[in-house]
Design a protein around this ligand. Structure first.
Ligand SMILES: [Cu+2]
Length: 317
């Protein structure tokens, strides 16, 4: 009996231990993913090519120092840093961009040496990253790539940071006679402005009985996350709806905002009643002038006839 109990105890203890060992790595992975750990890779820009500073397991230099291939799993959050490290080219300036991700770094030079690009590797494929400034080493810095592999990272997908678009105008009532300035401010949920982001402007229009959003402009936000544009209605619809959209960038999620403007002014249908009133006043004035003309000439004629009569009467005497 005691031996049976001991056996059962050993079995339960063994199973618990095995379970713990089996579960532990899984729990770790989940915790890492939830913490939103980014794959951090830092490259130096040197006179003779890129050098790796951090995250070098993800960097393949087999095509040469100017052509590193970064290999990251699809869905991973990537923090790609660049450090200016030239010696023979003290006036080199770089702005790093990643094709296909719409990302553009700050400018790095001798004074401001570090910058980074954060993005979620959502699209599988090979994307070129390069310098976008015409510098001395420009031609060499055009062929580095980020290769996003199709095999996922396994853990929970990183979350995009929510963003807000704020579309504003001085007054919602517009005359339509001249364009009005609208401003768009793009911020992350914590209020941080998002610069160099692409925002598209659409206008809700009706054409042939079909309502549709027509893309009219593409804007880029400035360093305070703001872009301004002029809006002029191209229909006479009293309810003018403007929509702005940010399609997401790097680690930032997409956002949309709309604004309704009331067209109160100029276009013909609104002014017709006032014009006809003005017209009747004009007509009244014309009739008045006509009556005055008749009265004046009538009076003159009467005086003339009287004068003739008096003259004739004198002549008869
Ligand atoms: Cu450059």
């Amino acid at each position: 009996m005691a031996r049976q109990l001991r056996g059962m105890f050993l079995f339960v203890a063994g199973a618990t231990l095995a379970g713990a060992v089996f579960l532990a790595p899984g729990m770790n992975t989940t915790a890492d993913a939830e913490a939103g750990d980014a794959i951090r890779i830092v490259l130096e820009t040197r006179d003779d090519g890129y050098g790796c500073v951090e995250g070098c397991d993800y960097v393949d230099f087999s095509d040469g120092a100017w052509r590193p291939a970064l290999q990251v799993p699809q869905g991973a959050m990537v923090d790609l840093g660049f450090v200016w490290a030239h010696e023979a080219y003290p006036y080199e300036e770089h702005i790093m961009v990643i094709d296909g991700y719409g990302l553009e770094s700050d400018l790095i030079d001798r004074e401001n040496r570090e910058t980074s690009l954060q993005f979620i590797a959502s699209e599988a494929g090979s994307f070129t990253f390069k310098c976008d400034v015409y510098c001395d080493l420009h031609d060499f810095m055009q062929r580095a790539t980020v290769r996003v592999g199709r095999e996922g990272g396994g853990g929970a997908a990183p979350q995009y940071t929510p963003t807000l678009l704020d579309l504003d105008v001085a007054s919602r009532f517009i005359s339509g006679l001249e364009p009005v300035e609208l401003s768009v401010a793009l911020t992350a949920e914590d209020g941080e402005p998002l610069e160099r982001a692409e925002v598209r402007v659409y206008v809700d229009t009706e054409f042939g009985g079909v309502r549709d959003l027509v893309h009219t402009k593409t804007l880029r936000t400035d360093e305070s996350g703001v872009a301004r544009f002029d809006f002029a209605p191209f229909t006479e619809d009293p309810d003018q709806r403007v929509v702005v959209r940010f399609g997401g960038m790097g680690i930032y999620d997409e956002a949309e905002q709309e604004l309704s403007l009331q067209l109160t002014g100029a276009p013909p249908p609104v002014y017709t009643p006032e014009e006809s009133r003005l017209e009747s006043v004009k007509q009244g004035a014309r009739i008045g002038a006509g009556v005055g003309f008749v009265l004046v000439w009538g009076a003159l004629g009467f005086v003339f006839i009287q004068a003739l009569r008096i003259g004739r009467a004198r002549g008869e005497e």
